[in-house]
Write a protein that binds this ligand. Sequence first.
Ligand SMILES: O=C(O)c1ccccc1NCC(=O)[C@H](O)[C@H](O)COP(=O)(O)O
Length: 217
Amino acid sequence: MRTRLKICCISSLDEARLAIRLGADALGLVGEMPSGPGVVGDTVAAQIVQITPPPIATFMLTSQTTVDGIMAHQKRVGANTIQLVDAVPAEAYQQLHQALPAVKLVQVIHVLDQANIDEALLAVHNGADALLLDSGNPTLAVKELGGTGRVHNWLISRRIVELSPVPVFLAGGLHPSNAREAVDTVRPFGLDICSGVRTNGRLDEHKLTAFITALAG
Ligand SMILES: O=C(O)c1ccccc1NCC(=O)[C@H](O)[C@H](O)COP(=O)(O)O
């Protein structure tokens, strides 16, 4: 099965068009975060959603943890997928599904240790439609919720993929030189990439092409 590709931290219409032209399956639009380089304003994010054709998915990344906060963010952006980068209450998934039946929920799990395996399976049990395994650290005083450029323990991620009944994306420190190894080790449904295909903060066509080529090989 082809490994899907989500290009994250899309910061402009031009970056969106480039990612779409090169074959992205999904675009990531990073909302307000406690830390990290990839944030895009809600107005531009909403414009990117408008120009993105099907079947390409638009993932709105939110650090909101209340149903009201998440819904208000979704209303401003209009994406078809919500990526929850922080933990939310167990009941939030069903409440969001009821309020936004056409919108899919992707739960980020920041892989730090074996306990994240149970955390991942619980999120699926509670209603997550997919998982995204990343390298942040929500326990810090200023939370890291993504965009770290760091690789985590892929063997834990591999175990989550083996146990998960829903698709799992792998993120964190991916770049053209480790993309193939990541797929072979973890066997995810898709890869998610931000800093590894950027130069001076901008989406870099050459790096993205190299990443896609590595993935295909
Ligand atoms: O990029 C950010 O600033 C960011 C901050 C907080 C949450 C998510 C963020 N980025 C979006 C992503 O999901 C990244 O694609 C993912 O964390 C991988 O990033 P990288 O390690 O740089 O490829």
